[in-house]
Design a protein around this ligand. Structure first.
Ligand SMILES: C=C(O[C@@H]1C=C(C(=O)O)C=C[C@H]1O)C(=O)O
Length: 417
């Protein structure tokens, strides 16, 4: 880890109501968008990359990142003083401590917006200088063009066989729940512009969190944690049904989901594990007795909005470290589930299903679970989607559910839809 540079940070109000995405250049953009608010950023004032580790359950990538960020000690002129103004960083962490790619990036320029207005933050190694790229006009987002689709580590059928294996092991008592995912590739003829995907994702999924960090681009419905001062909020999702073709069918599918014992069990594991993990870090935990229905364009989920109060001294990335992996993306019990994932999926998840989001110097921030996303690499996109498997799961239904989750990025990658 290099010694962090001396940074000069300035945040000023920006009288601007253009779409946040209109500010973003195509070169390594960073974004976190939620219903018209959020942060977009570009350039790199500082970065830390956390190496892969071999110890099971290792949280070193989170603690080392937190230490690095706390050690930046910039000179700050923050005339905005809102969550996200002043010094901030985007981050994205690998699902498995054994994978590479975890990082925090402090951008050179960020534009933020919340209910009270828009602001501009510049971060550089010299005081009072605005980076030249601020003034540069950006080329408009490029269409994706034709795509060639291929399977990743497993075909749908092979993956279904792994699901059946997991169900057998669950019935045999090896673990209670495991979330299994598979990957697919889309190859374009030229580099894919993340801004094109973000614009489509933000339009189609306004209640989700559209993000891009180091090419990992998606729209997740699942908020791991939002912190404002000492208040924490989280949205636990587990349990999924398709959307209906008609209003009546849609309502029936939603009602079946709400009444399904299999989905209630899957959901309960997720809420219980969150409560256990937050207990040492929080003074209050409030979850509804029954989950709500969250309707998205592609699927509907059982959702529990959770509130908690952070204990003094606990940091945001401590909370992220304690929460990851939730039962919604790992399983129950965690260690056995993560070990099963390594064996059954036959691939490296990378940063899929890991925490993605942003943090500011006061500890405010928003972290989602990187779902409904693709890792972009030039003209290639690697899509990953998965499903929670419990004793009552059926492989054919899980294949259909994973396809519904792939649909988010398939549509975002498809021009003219
Ligand atoms: C694992 C994914 O989604 C998770 C699994 C869900 C389920 O199995 O019902 C629902 C929401 C997410 O917590 C994914 O989108 O890839």
């Amino acid at each position: 880890m290099n010694a962090p540079p001396q940074l000069f940070v300035r945040s000023v109000p920006l009288p601007d109501d253009r779409d946040l995405l209109a500010h973003l250049p195509d070169d390594a953009p960073l974004a976190w968008l939620h219903g018209g608010s959020g942060l977009v950023a570009w350039g790199e004032a500082a970065r830390v990359v956390l190496p892969a580790r071999t110890e099971p359950g290792d949280v070193q990538r989170f603690t080392a990142a937190a230490r690095w960020f706390a050690g930046l000690e910039p000179q700050v002129d923050d005339q905005v003083r809102r969550p996200g103004s002043g010094l901030m960083a985007f981050g994205s962490f690998a699902f498995d401590p054994r994978s590479d790619g975890s990082t925090l990036v402090v951008p050179r320029v960020a534009v933020g917006r919340d209910r009270s207005g828009t602001w501009l933050t510049t971060i550089g190694d010299q005081p009072g200088r605005h980076p030249a790229e601020l003034l540069a006009p950006h080329a408009p987002p490029r269409p994706v063009g034709p795509l060639r689709w291929t399977d990743g580590a497993r075909t749908a059928e092979d993956w279904g066989t792994q699901v059946a294996t997991a169900v057998r092991r669950i019935r045999g008592g090896a673990y209670d729940k495991v979330v299994l995912a598979r990957d697919r590739y889309a190859e374009a003829e030229s580099p894919i512009d993340p801004r094109t995907l973000l614009a489509r994702l933000a339009a189609d999924y306004p209640t989700c969190y559209a993000f891009t960090v180091d090419g990992l681009t998606g729209a997740t419905p699942e908020l791991l944690i939002r912190r404002e001062g000492e208040d924490l909020t989280s949205l636990v999702l587990a349990g999924t049904a398709p959307r209906g073709g008609t209003e009546v069918e849609d309502r029936r599918l939603g009602q079946d989901l709400a009444e399904s014992a299999k989905n209630a069990e899957e959901h309960r594991y997720a809420v219980d594990s969150l409560r256990d993990r937050l207990a040492p870090l929080c003074t209050a935990f409030d979850a509804p007795d029954r989950p709500e229905l969250l309707r998205l364009a592609n699927v509907q989920h059982l959702a529990s909005p959770v509130r908690a109060t952070l204990r003094p001294g606990a940091s945001t990335l401590d909370v992220v470290a304690a929460m990851h992996p939730t039962a919604a993306v790992g399983g129950t019990p965690t260690e056995a589930a993560v070990e099963a994932i390594r064996g059954l999926e036959g691939m490296d998840r990378g940063r899929y299903a890991g925490p993605v989001g942003w943090i500011d110097a006061d500890g405010n921030g928003e972290w989602g679970i990187a779902l409904r996303c693709a890792q972009l690499d030039g003209p290639r996109a690697r899509l990953i989607a998965g499903c929670g498997i419990v004793a009552g799961s059926r492989p054919e239904e899980e294949i259909t559910e994973a396809d519904a989750k792939f649909e988010v990025m398939r549509a975002a990658l498809t021009d003219g839809e």
